[in-house]
Ligand binder design. Structure first.
Ligand SMILES: Nc1ncnc2c1ncn2[C@@H]1O[C@H](COP(=O)(O)OP(=O)(O)O)[C@@H](O)[C@H]1O
Ligand SMILES: [Mg+2]
Length: 206
């Protein structure tokens, strides 16, 4: 799980780890993107799929849902499309990485309202060989499962005190982490392995 305000470097971090996985192990990756435009996602240089399914043999790709002019219509269509894709990916021995570029947009009831789907991913996907990777700029709007069920957390400097408190809290202690989070420099993040509680402050080399 990756948290941080817009432009902190979430997508860059996720891109770095996913491309490394793809190179090292040939991992299959489906990155689900919902923003109308995003330079960091374009720079994956992976095929961008606007309509399911991806062409046969496409191992790494970005599923970038189309946007529609009417806002309500947009949500309705995007919700249906992403829901459908999440169902289709849900198969035994799926063996792949599924990425959500902005989890809050899926989880928020005012947006796509897909929390029950994403929660199922957090709780049960690993049994199908699905690895979930997700970023959010609104940590207070994603389900707690995103934090309790993930194995790694990367936390950039929070946007404000409220976000800072939420992120410090899900990291286990407001007292321990709040100041550390608020003092991170631009593009720096706390990387933590949940099980061992090992952590380091680091950044992606430019
Ligand atoms: N470690 C870094 N060093 C230098 N530039 C970075 C680093 N991380 C991100 N950037 C740049 O900052 C901008 C925002 O990064 P991005 O990953 O798209 O942010 P986010 O996904 O959090 O909105 C991009 O132009 C990106 O190339
Ligand atoms: Mg991003």
């Amino acid at each position: 799980m990756v948290t941080g305000p817009t432009r902190s470097g979430k997508s860059r971090f996720v891109r770095t780890i996913l491309q490394a996985r793809a190179e090292l192990r040939g991992s299959h990756v489906c990155m689900i993107a919902t923003k109308p435009e995003d330079k960091t996602l374009r720079d994956y240089h992976w095929p961008i799929i606007r309509k399911w399914p991806p062409p046969y043999g496409t191992d790494q790709f970005i599923y970038w849902v189309r946007t529609h002019n009417d806002a309500d219509e947009n949500k309705k269509i995007q919700r249906a499309e992403i829901r459908d894709v999440m169902q289709k990916l849900w198969t035994p021995a799926a063996n792949m990485i599924v990425g959500f570029d902005e989890l809050a947009y899926l989880d928020d009831r005012e947006e796509l309202n897909l929390k029950s789907m994403t929660q199922r991913y957090w709780r049960e996907a690993s049994a199908l060989g699905i690895t979930v990777v997700a970023g959010t700029q609104r940590p207070r709007f994603v389900s707690l499962y995103a934090f309790t069920e993930s194995q790694w957390m990367a936390a950039f400097r929070p946007f404000d005190e409220q976000d800072g408190r939420r992120v410090a809290e899900v990291m286990g202690s407001k007292k321990t982490y709040y100041d550390e989070l608020m003092n991170l420099r631009h593009h720096e993040f706390i990387l933590r392995h949940i099980r061992t509680r090992q952590e380091v402050v680091t950044r992606i080399e430019d």
